[in-house]
Design a binder for this molecule. Structure first.
Ligand SMILES: [Zn+2]
Length: 138
C-alpha cells in the first residue's frame, strides 16, 4: 500500500515569518482531504504549527495528485507556507518584480525598514516596467 502523505511530523523546522527565527515548530492541528479512485487520486494536508518563541501560527499545506510534476520536478508532494503569506500567486506580474515583492513580504514583520526599502525598490521597478521616464517617485 502506498504510504504517500502518511507521515505527519509533530515537530518540524520552519522559518517563522512572525518573529524571523528558524526553529522547531510544534504541530497543533491537521486536516487531511483525499480524493480520487484507483486510477487518479490526490490529497491536501493542512497543518498548523506554533512557533515556540513567539507563539504565533504558521499554516502549511501539503499537496499531491497522481502524476503531478511538482515544484521539485519529482512525483513528490509540494509543500507551501500559506500563512503568513510570503508568495504572490499570479502570472500577471514580471518575475523580477514578483521575486522582489516576495522578498519584501518575508521581512514584513521582522524588519519594517528593510521591507519599506524593498517596497520602494519595487515601486521603481514598476515605474521602469511601465516606461516612466520623467520625474521622481514623489
Ligand atoms: Zn515565531
Amino acid at each position: 500500500m502506498d504510504k504517500r502523505g502518511d507521515e505527519i511530523l509533530k515537530q518540524k523546522i520552519y522559518q517563522c515569518y512572525h518573529c524571523g527565527n528558524k526553529t522547531l515548530m510544534n504541530l497543533v492541528g491537521v486536516h487531511r482531504e483525499d480524493w480520487g479512485n484507483e486510477e487518479f487520486r490526490g490529497y491536501i494536508i493542512s497543518q498548523i504549527y506554533i512557533c515556540p518563541i513567539c507563539q504565533n501560527a504558521t499554516y502549511v499545506e501539503r499537496y499531491w495528485e497522481e502524476g503531478m510534476i511538482g515544484a521539485n520536478y519529482e512525483d513528490d508532494e509540494d509543500e507551501k507556507i500559506c500563512y503568513l503569506v510570503i508568495s504572490l500567486e499570479t502570472n500577471f506580474v514580471p518575475d523580477k518584480i514578483k521575486t522582489a515583492y516576495e522578498a519584501a513580504l518575508k521581512v514584513r514583520n521582522t524588519d519594517s525598514a528593510l521591507c519599506l526599502i524593498g517596497l520602494r525598490r519595487i515601486l521603481e521597478m514598476i515605474c521602469n516596467e511601465q516606461g516612466a521616464s520623467k520625474g521622481s517617485l514623489v
